[in-house]
Design a protein around this ligand. Structure first.
Ligand code: ARG
Length: 256
């Protein structure tokens, strides 16, 4: 009888150990949160040699890292095309999307968004000698946008024809090469491109472009993860960390 108890205890101990090793009963992804992003959007996310999360750096990457850390987890990043992010989220390939993504009503139909952490607006990047001073001036110009960005939706809604590129850098190159007259893109990213390229300037038109709020997306109904994300965002907003990150990464981007 004694022997049996001992054997049973040993067996139980072995099972417990095996469970710990394989993390059975826990989250299937172990202790990592997988964030999907499109690292073509400085100062929010870009590829660098030594980033906040592996080779990925920027305001969003610092926020993602903090969310994971606050929950005793690590942050993993899957870099993909911007267009693919919400599909990957719905497929369960990634746990959340952090990509300078504007929380729009259309996107809200398929995913849930966190508390907004940054306010931006669409702006126009033009050559320094351009005569474009308002969105209406784009009417007879060659317009470049980035595929799937809210900037594309804005230009579409204005009824203008445009050319869509996969990356912001490609659209800006088209502009510097004189093949297009204006690039419509988010404000902070536009600033980065203007400081990186000679001879460009930003034209704002707040009456034509509404303000947009960036938020993190999770699968509809994933309140468990959303609560974790919101806790960290609320904290980082309240103590000024997100402001500091915005300043830090904007300066860093400009100094390069
Ligand atoms: N804010 C814009 C949008 O939500 C552009 C975001 C682009 N983000 C990126 N990581 N490429 O459509």
């Amino acid at each position: 009888m004694k022997r049996t108890t001992k054997l049973l205890t040993m067996t139980l101990a072995a099972v417990v150990t095996a469970c710990t090793l394989t993390a059975c009963g826990g989250s299937s992804k172990g202790d990592a949160i997988t964030f999907g992003t499109n690292a073509e959007f400085p100062p929010f996310e870009y590829v660098t040699s030594n980033g906040a999360i592996g080779e990925y750096d920027g305001i969003d990457m610092a926020i993602a890292k903090q969310i994971a850390e606050d929950n005793g987890m690590t942050a993993a990043v899957e870099n993909m095309e911007f267009d693919s992010l919400l599909v990957a989220l719905q497929n369960g390939q990634i746990d959340a999307v952090i990509a300078g993504m504007t929380a729009t009503d259309e996107r809200r139909e398929t995913v849930d968004f966190s508390t907004p952490y940054y306010t931006a607006t669409q702006v126009m990047i033009v050559k320094e000698d351009s005569d474009i001073t308002s969105a209406a001036d784009m009417a007879d110009k060659k317009i470049c946008v980035i595929q799937g960005y809210t900037g594309e939706v804005c230009v579409q809604d204005m009824g203008y024809t445009y050319e869509a590129f996969k990356k912001g850098t490609e659209a800006v190159m088209e502009l510097t090469n004189g093949k297009c007259d204006v690039v419509v893109i988010d404000s902070a990213t536009a600033q980065k491109y203007v400081s990186d390229n000679e001879g460009l300037k930003i034209v704002e038109d707040p009456s034509a472009f509404a303000s947009e709020e960036y938020a993190i997306a999770v699968q509809k109904g994933n309140t468990e993860l959303l609560d974790k994300i919101n806790k960290t965002i609320d904290k980082m907003l309240a103590d000024g960390t997100i402001n500091e990150l915005a300043v830090k990464y904007t300066e860093e981007a400009t100094a390069e």
